[in-house]
Write a protein that binds this ligand. Sequence first.
Ligand code: F6R
Length: 370
Amino acid sequence: EKGGYDSFMEKEIHDQPQAVADTLLGRTDAEGRLVLDEMNIDESVLKSIDKIVVIACGTASYAGQVARYAIEHWCRIPTEVELAHEFRYRDPVVNEKTLVVAVSQSGETMDTIMAVRHAREQGAKVIAICNTNGSTIPRESDAALYTHAGPEIAVASTKAFLAQITACYLLGLYLAQLRGNKFADEVRAILDELHQIPAKLSQILEQTKGQVQDLALRYSEAGSVLFLGRHVGFPVALEGALKLKELAYIHAEGFAAGELKHGPIALIEEGQLVFIIVPSKRGRDSLHAKVISNIQEVRARGANTLVIAEEGDEAVREYASEVIYVPQSPTLLAPLLTTVPLQIFAMALATSKGLDVDQPRNLAKSVTVE
Ligand code: F6R
């Protein structure tokens, strides 16, 4: 049932091209327009919303954080992402014009269920993005958009995360399409790019896995690992750090690269391992240059720099201890690719320490208590 892999986690990492493809499947019509049949909230209501709040926990919240960059850019609707347990107890401002998006693999996370109930009591419409048919969160929501990642058995989330980003993007594109025709061609172009992601994921799994596994062995004694990212790379950094904590029990911390000089750079000393997720140069040149100088800054203080960059980016080599290349993609889609080496790194490092990657200590697959 592990499909020939050593663990469910490894299998699920390899399921990712399929998980993304299946989440995209059947959601466009012959003209290439997005159709989300399950979106049974009145179009007039969806057109009138003036705020989106994504609520989720853990990895699912990072999927929301990634999606926020895309949704605000495409839809021009103010979008917040909040941890469900914080949202619930904060007396948040939500009303009939708020669209709440509850993201949950299991659909049974109690913190998220309570937040959904609270949002609906305030009159908000709630859409669930969920991987488990008929679970509590979609049942209690106004509509559900399912991720079709297939069952996720390993406690640490991998394929569900990529499927959650994909589904959030479909929702963002759908709202953009609904709210303005001008955007139709752009929606189509982004959908085309999304459809190319599965092949690029397969390429990473074939060509990069071995390199990342070797790195994990080389650095298996690391006592702490930092992750830096900017723009959509920031939540990817948070996710990379979470995977390493959960699986390898190593202290790991993700930072927005722009924060480095506001504090975290004080942590850098000789031999500190730092992952840096570099944005595409073709996206925003200035951001690329800023992250390159971050690599330089930590390298100058003795850090070992593991850099994730897109193919063809030669500028990153100068200050990198090692570069992990992923295929080129539009900036907003890059997290679907750059996350994968971080998943593999955490899994391989935990495995090298003899740990059970499917069942990390102290954790449960779904957290059904508040
Ligand atoms: C991390 C992980 C958790 C879950 C979180 C939410 O690898 O799996 O952080 O993402 O507990 O779970 P769901 O998505 O089931 O609500």
